[in-house]
Design a protein around this ligand. Structure first.
Ligand code: HSE
Length: 433
């Protein structure tokens, strides 16, 4: 047998932890594409076992004969070279992934919460063992964005990463915008269609997007950014009224993840954001994701596609699996995440953006001037002011120029304390091109 054909028959043992929407698709695709994958790897992927929590639940699966509830023993088997973690959660997968790395196995994970919370510990373990740790599927599923940040842009200086990184919330906001329906009705629709989880809290409160923002910011700025460093505000308080007011102003509302480098400081935040309807992110509909990366030499790059779902997520897992398996067969190792720059994380109060403040006020002489005084007293310049009749009161919508979060928050507190201000209905940040 030639060296080449010996290589073709090298077996790469794979353990899959989890058999949910993503795990079952990973196994299906490995089966369906096995011949192509063998050529691409120079060896065969052999599934040595699939760890699940309940054998009975999966007894009709084509992979039932490979299943075990003892994930740790599966990981420790000598014939397992690579571990694919698609369980979800943090504490239990963290133990399993660390055990795998410490045992010299490369790891592929789709688990954004785990990577965003524990990247330092995981990277160190992978470095010590000299193995690969890949997580393309953790951010925006099928959309290749981790690879470009890690490799293609490794020679450039990234200054911003901005985009829509959660499909469930984009579906809800898009449906509210196109039908005029309420948040609760569209959340129910997203749940019915299977976009939102039975417990959609992580999606709608922005935690899923915040984990993704932490991962993107870390890679983009070569600085360790964890989920705790990301300011996070979800979409559950967005009303049909907010969406209508946005429409009237030629805008729409999206949940954006915004990671920026400003001099030697970086920031990452997730919040509902008003954008003009002609902004490229405004046309991202349904459960699609889109991410802009802006780098000094490359300019602006846009990544768009399926950011959720079993098959799209499995596609990204398989890409990583082929890369790690090639390294097992041919030697070598992908570079880990570099955090050498160690830039300071800006305090959220310093971050500057523009604001849309919607309030109900007394329709009396001098009220507008007194409200404007609050903004100017804090050094915040107003860009537009719009007033509409609202029963006995007036609805006042103020749009500011750029100002620090801390200053705007101070003004909002003062507005709430004014007798003439009946309610501050919403404060929504704005992004323009
Ligand atoms: N629940 C996520 C979303 C997909 O709706 O985008 C997995 O991150």
């Amino acid at each position: 047998m030639s060296d080449k054909s010996q290589q073709d028959h090298r077996s790469v043992g794979v353990a899959v932890l989890g058999h949910g929407t993503v795990g079952s698709e990973v196994l299906r695709l490995i089966g369906e594409y096995s011949e192509d994958l063998t050529h691409r790897i120079g060896g065969t992927l052999d599934i040595k076992g699939v760890a699940v929590s309940d054998l009975e639940k999966h007894k009709d699966s084509p992979a039932a004969h490979l299943m075990t509830t003892d994930a740790m023993s599966l990981i420790e088997r000598d014939d397992v070279d690579i571990v694919v973690e698609v369980i979800g959660g943090i504490d239990y997968p963290r133990q399993l992934v660390l055990a795998a790395l410490n045992a010299g196995k490369s790891v592929i994970t789709a688990n954004k919460a785990l990577v965003a919370a524990h990247s330092a510990e995981l990277d160190d373990a992978a470095d010590r063992a000299g193995v690969d740790l890949y997580y393309e599927a953790a951010v925006a599923a099928a959309i290749p964005v981790i690879g470009p940040l890690r490799r293609s842009l490794a020679g450039d200086r990234v200054v911003a990463v901005k985009g829509i990184v959660n499909g469930t919330t984009n579906f809800i906001l898009d449906a509210m915008d196109s039908t005029g329906a309420s948040y609760d009705d569209m959340l129910a629709e997203a749940t019915r269609l299977g976009y939102a989880e039975a417990d959609p809290t992580a999606d709608v409160e922005g935690h899923d997007a915040a984990s993704k923002a932490a991962i993107l910011a870390s890679l983009a700025f070569h600085t360790r950014v964890t989920a705790d460093d990301v300011y996070c505000e979800g979409i559950s308080k967005i009303t049909a009224d907010d969406i209508n007011a946005a429409k009237k102003a030629g805008q729409t509302i999206k949940l954006l993840a915004i990671c920026e480098r400003n001099g030697d400081k970086v920031s990452a935040r997730v919040h509902p954001t008003l954008i003009p309807r002609e902004h490229p992110l405004a046309s991202v509909s349904q459960s699609f994701n889109a991410i802009f990366v802006e780098a000094e030499a490359a300019g602006r790059l846009m990544f768009y596609g399926n950011g959720a779902g079993g098959a799209p997520t499995a596609s990204a897992v398989l890409g990583d699996l082929v890369g790690a398996a090639r390294n097992k067969v041919h030697g070598g190792r992908a570079p880990g995440a570099s955090t050498y720059a160690n830039l300071e994380i800006a305090d959220f109060g310093e971050v500057e953006t523009r604001y849309h403040v919607d309030m109900d006020v007394d329709d009396q002489l001098g009220v507008l001037a007194r409200i404007a005084d609050q903004f100017s007293g804090a050094g915040i310049s107003l860009r537009t002011v719009r007033q509409e009749e609202k029963g006995d009161n007036a609805r006042l919508i103020v749009v500011t120029h750029h100002a620090p979060e801390r200053d705007l928050a101070g003004v909002v507190e003062k507005l709430k304390a004014m007798d003439e201000v009946k309610s501050v209905n919403s404060v929504i940040r704005l992004e323009s091109e």
